[in-house]
Write a protein that binds this ligand. Structure first.
Ligand code: SF4
Ligand code: SF4
Length: 88
């Protein structure tokens, strides 16, 4: 399987706003409450803010998705998340 790039967060630039967390279509699919504006409460999502910064918790799901997306990167006001990483 050809995998897509995954998001990488520069935590020193991240302000923990959760814009990326709320905009990620995979996050929305995995936790429907996100669509209603609630931040995820479990680690069963791709992106989640923990201890003040965004964490990539399930990058594999982003790498293996069947659609193009850079929404997290596009919505970040700080340029702190880039969809350039390789699945490790
Ligand atoms: S690239 Fe898209 S699917 Fe992947 S983490 Fe960012 S917003 Fe979510
Ligand atoms: S990576 Fe950007 S959009 Fe996501 S929480 Fe951090 S500052 Fe906000």
């Amino acid at each position: 399987m050809v995998t897509k790039p995954v998001p990488v967060v520069k935590t020193d630039r991240c302000q923990g706003c959760s814009n990326c967390v709320m905009a990620c279509p995979l996050n929305q699919r995995m936790d429907k409450r996100i669509i209603e504006g609630e931040a995820p409460k479990s680690d069963n999502v791709v992106l989640r803010v923990k201890n003040g910064a965004c964490r990539v918790l399930n990058g594999k799901l982003c790498a293996e998705k069947d659609f193009e997306c850079r929404r997290c990167e596009e919505i970040c006001p700080r340029g702190a998340i880039r969809v350039t990483g390789e699945l490790s």
